[in-house]
Design a protein around this ligand. Structure first.
Ligand code: UD1
Length: 433
């Protein structure tokens, strides 16, 4: 298993180009199941999770073609890389999403809505547990039931059917759910009549999906708000859609610049995708400028402790919480970080402590007392975003850091070592002999 070795303490200087958003690309790929015509996605990131979902979609009968073939990943799907991807599901050949493919990635459950809407039937493995919490799919299932689906959960599988088709309805999510909103949007696009979706997630990735569905012939209004109105149509057609920039990759590299007290320019991304994080960075004393050449982040005057609490968009993203903690571990003064989305998302705390970080967890909050210096250590990646907080701490720490289990990072960060090394970081991937 690969590891990443970092010799820390170098202020980063240079440009980093941000790729397409993983969390937008995955639902866009599953939208291809809604039509027999080709769906072309541009600005696709080169990530292991994209390979995993390509495998599942091929299993359902989708043809997945890429414009450029890259190196491939540990997911075993060497073909699933490149900048442009065309998915053609002219014939759905299998209605089952098997455990072996779903368990690797929770987003696989997004095939449920499209399969059910187009084919009237689907059998999808329950995604199961996950390091950051139990992450059930009950809200997805309840919402689909409100559109008339019959759902039965047994032997680890969701059996869903809608003989006679889905019917539009008023659905109110009791809690904001990104995946639930996406599954329902795709199902309602082909339902009979109108669906009114209240308390919908407002994440930019939802907007990307809704715009894609509209480009495919759907009728969705209210995009960007918490209330989505979907007028069902009889069929959808092909389209060509661009994946939005990855706001979590953007925020991670912004913090890489700040934590090393360097200056980086983030290219190919958008300020409006991540205002909450940029605002917190400014409060911490980091200079952030949105220029025509990119977003310039520099931290020459030190970092102050700033409290944050995670929230659905436009709030502070839970997927940036671990990286923020790494930054706060190097700040002047203390800060409090509160996690409101997932119940067990402080897995990175014991690993950050190995760098000398001073963090105390009390329930859903963590108190971080900044330290003048972190020192490098051998650590272990536990989940995707926790892993990036260890990379950030390693970049700031003096001495050597070795991060094990980096397959977590490969799920969500493309060419991480190359992008950081281009800004002066001493970082390399080490493969076992
Ligand atoms: C998505 C993102 C993930 C991010 C999360 C929150 C993708 C592929 N993943 O995950 O990176 O951290 O949004 O911004 O886009 N919940 C239920 N029942 C459900 C569904 C969710 O109780 O049926 C709970 C979850 O356990 C969690 C909260 O609702 O506590 C939010 O989850 P949700 O927004 O659904 O996250 P995901 O779509 O899984």
């Amino acid at each position: 298993m690969d590891s990443i070795k970092i010799e820390g303490g170098v202020p980063l200087k240079g440009d980093i180009t941000i790729g397409g958003a993983k969390n937008a690309a995955l639902p866009l790929m599953t939208a291809s199941l809604l039509t027999a015509e080709p769906l072309t996605l541009v600005n696709m990131p080169d990530l292991a999770d994209i390979g995993t979902l390509s495998k599942l979609l091929r299993h359902h009968g989708t043809r997945v073609d890429q414009s450029a073939i890259g190196a491939g990943h540990e997911s075993g799907d060497a073909g699933a890389t490149g900048q442009t991807m065309t998915l053609t599901a002219d014939r759905i050949t299998d209605l089952t999403a098997p455990y072996d493919l779903v368990r690797r990635m929770r987003a696989s459950v997004l095939v449920l809505g499209p399969l059910l809407a187009r084919m009237g039937e689907a059998k999808v493995s329950l995604p199961g547990g996950c390091a950051i919490g139990s992450r059930p799919v009950d809200l997805h299932l309840k919402a689909l039931e409100q559109l008339g689906a019959k759902i039965d959960v047994r032997e680890g599988y969701i059996y869903a059917s809608a003989t006679g088709g889905l019917k539009g309805a008023k659905v109110t999510f009791p809690k904001v759910t990104v995946g639930g909103t996406e599954n329902l949007l795709m199902a309602a696009a082909l339902a009979k009549g109108e669906t009114l979706l209240e308390n919908a997630a407002r994440e930019p990735e939802i907007g990307n999906l809704a715009e894609c569905l509209n480009a495919m012939g759907a009728d969705i209004t209210g995009i960007g708000s918490g209330t989505l109105r979907i007028k069902g149509v009889a069929s959808l057609h092909g389209a060509r859609v661009a994946v939005i920039p990855d706001r979590i990759e953007t925020g991670t590299y912004a913090i890489a610049g700040a934590i090393t007290r360097g200056r980086v320019t983030l290219k190919g991304t958008r300020y409006d995708l991540l205002e909450s994080v940029f605002t917190s960075l400014r409060q911490a004393g980091v200079e952030v400028e949105d220029t025509k050449d990119g977003i310039v982040v520099s931290a020459r005057n030190g970092i102050r402790g700033v409290d944050v609490a995670t929230d659905p968009f436009p709030g502070f993203p839970t997927d940036m919480q671990a990286q923020w903690m790494a930054l706060m571990a190097t700040a002047d003064g203390a800060s409090m970080i509160t996690e409101t989305i997932f119940e067990n998302r402080f897995m990175h705390v014991p690993e950050l402590a190995r760098f000398g970080a001073d963090v105390n967890v009390h329930g859903a909050s963590a108190i971080v007392r900044g330290r003048k210096k972190l020192s490098g250590a051998p650590v272990m990646a536990t989940d995707l975003r926790a892993s990036s907080s260890l990379v950030l701490a390693g970049l700031a720490a003096s001495g050597e850091t070795v991060i094990n289990r980096v397959y977590h990072l490969d799920r969500g960060y493309e060419r991480l070592e190359q992008k950081l090394a281009a800004c002066g970081a001493r970082i390399e991937r080490v493969s076992p002999g």
